[in-house]
Ligand binder design. Structure first.
Ligand code: NI
Length: 193
């Protein structure tokens, strides 16, 4: 029998959908075929959406699974020349521990709130652990943008979306307005310069 490799792009739940508000259930068997399929479909969905990360509740599956990646170029853009990103990572039943009380503010966006971005405080330095797609333990320290992405994705497993973490809602913005304001500024600079 031939093996059919079908690509599946899943529908992403948007803010307001009940699945994004619930506490997701732990996964008993990380190596099951069912979880394997879910991971593959989520990889396809994340690639299609061109996001940094995705959590299972965002594809209507209330289970404790997230995936993310931070290209080195993106990490350097966010945290300076010395920063490193992280490879593509699947984390099942993840746990996070803050390694210091330092908080960093940074801009976040989410595939479940299309078109929006806002300033969110997060722990700067964390330790995270979980199981990967092979059921093996992953344990890493992360700082800056890498730490931010992991905290954002894991929050989805507890029904938390980034606006719930913001302390200044006036920074919640449609990204199209930011680009428009920037274009207008550039135009003014060109006219004045
Ligand atoms: Ni998100």
């Amino acid at each position: 029998m031939a093996i059919v490799l079908a690509m599946a792009i899943l529908k992403i739940a948007r803010m307001g959908h009940p699945v994004l508000k619930q506490v997701a259930a732990p996964i008993d068997d990380p190596k099951s075929a069912e979880i394997g399929h879910l991971i593959q479909d989520m990889i396809d969905t994340l690639a299609d959406a061109a996001g940094a990360g995705l959590a299972a509740p965002q594809v209507h599956v209330p289970q404790r699974l997230v995936m993310f990646h931070v290209p080195d170029a993106r990490a350097r853009e966010e945290d300076g020349e010395a920063a490193e990103g992280c490879p593509f990572t699947v984390l099942i039943n993840p746990e996070i521990e803050a390694l210091s009380e330092d908080i960093s503010e940074g801009i976040e966006a989410c595939l479940s709130l299309p078109g929006l971005a806002g300033m969110v405080p997060r722990f700067h330095h964390i330790l995270y652990r979980g199981l990967d797609h092979l059921g093996q333990t992953v344990e890493r320290e992360a700082e800056g943008f890498h730490a931010r992405v992991v905290q954002h994705e894991c929050d989805h497993l507890d029904g938390i979306l980034y606006p719930m973490r913001m302390d200044d809602l006036s920074t919640l913005t449609f990204t199209s307005e930011i680009s428009r304001a920037r274009e207008e500024e550039e135009q003014e600079d060109a006219e004045n310069g």
